[in-house]
Design a protein around this ligand. Structure first.
Ligand code: SIN
Length: 353
């Protein structure tokens, strides 16, 4: 059992425990290979004597769209099932990285995740559609695609790999930040960019002449500060809450990509819940998804305004013609991934733009 504590000794014990959990779950995950990751599981009680606990780690700050939605899920789920369901949200990579949480969910060490769609890259090509640069012009277009039949089918894509998708949560559109202004893609030539674990994002940076470095979110600030990397891409809310703007003099408002999350559970765990709890939690998830997705853009705009007010970073904006140059130059990246994603899926997304 993981206990939320603050003392130094407890922190050390917690960190040892996390390492053991992570190691155990990675071994299970590797050995499971392509199996569906489900076992026969006894029905959980979820009673006052034996409450069901949902451990829900994530990597962003409590103020971000995901942080706020996860906290609301905890509040509403516990209010709906007082004493029967407890939810422990661990924000800001407090418990583990996204990389570690995939095997941990699979192994049943945690019960819920909300991981960037980009980071499922190694498991399914279907989600690569969300990383194609300049495919979606804004969050509304992403939402139309996610709500389409094609988008809703994507929620079930990873069921047979042990991840049952419950919802898509938005963060927002991505911007580049760098030590120099990037007015055209070629300005990135030679810069080292932190990217999420995604082959599409790797090609995107290579296409700009940059050097991509896959890295966990929690390591980025220090890597920027110490020059291990020069530049990065993220949403306004992540750039603000992780304080990248303090160490990046320029932010380019390209809105070139999307960060959103698959909220997923272990299907085995989910099926083991009593039916009233499972359906009740699914209703709570729907309510939270609607609330969070409506607020995500507002949160990003609020954080953009905070960055402007700080005066630490200059924001470079682009005319439509200037953005067209970026869009055109990144188009070859689509061609590399189009067959794997499915050209018909890309066409559907474009038709909903
Ligand atoms: C997140 O928003 O959850 C993380 C995104 C990143 O790793 O850049």
């Amino acid at each position: 059992m993981i206990i939320k504590t603050t003392g130094h000794l407890s922190m050390i014990k917690k960190s040892i425990l996390i390492k053991i959990i992570t190691l155990k779950s990675i071994i299970l995950f590797l050995f499971a290979g392509c199996s569906n990751g489900t076992n026969e599981t006894a029905q959980l009680a979820c009673s006052l004597d034996d409450p069901c606990n949902i451990r829900f780690p994530h990597v962003t700050a409590p103020s971000t769209p995901k942080g706020q939605a996860a906290a609301l899920f905890e509040e509403l789920a516990e209010a709906r099932f007082p004493g029967r369901v407890t939810v422990d949200v661990y924000p800001s990579s407090q418990l583990m990285t996204d990389d570690d949480s995939l095997p941990a969910l699979f192994a049943g060490e945690i019960q819920m995740i909300a991981i960037s769609l980009s980071k499922f890259d190694r498991m399914t090509q279907a989600f690569q559609i969300f990383d194609l640069p300049f495919l979606f012009p804004n969050i509304e277009a992403v939402e139309r695609f996610q709500n389409s039949d094609t988008g809703q089918n994507l929620l079930g894509t990873l069921n047979d790999r042990g991840f049952q998708g419950l919802a898509f949560w938005h963060n927002g559109m991505k911007e580049f930040s760098a030590p120099i202004p990037l007015r055209v893609p070629e300005d990135a030539n030679g810069l080292k960019f932190r990217i999420m674990e995604s082959d599409v994002l790797e090609e995107q940076i290579l296409n700009m002449g940059g050097s991509p470095q896959k890295m966990a979110l929690g390591e980025v600030y220090q890597a920027l500060q110490t020059g291990v990397i020069d530049a990065q891409e993220n949403t306004w809310s992540n750039i603000y809450s992780a304080k990248y703007y303090e160490v990046q003099p320029y932010i380019m408002e390209t809105n070139h990509g999307y960060i959103g999350y698959l909220v997923a559970v272990n299907p085995d765990f989910w099926q083991s819940l009593p039916e009233d709890v499972r359906t009740g939690l699914e209703e709570v998830m729907d309510e939270v998804t609607q609330w969070g997705n409506q607020r995500a853009e507002e949160i990003n705009l609020r954080d953009r305004a905070e960055i402007v007010a700080s005066g630490d970073s200059e924001i470079i904006t682009f005319s439509e013609d200037e953005l067209a140059v970026w869009q055109q130059s990144m188009r070859p990246v689509w061609e590399i991934f189009a067959d794997g994603i499915g050209r018909e899926n890309i066409a559907i997304a474009q038709s909903l733009n």
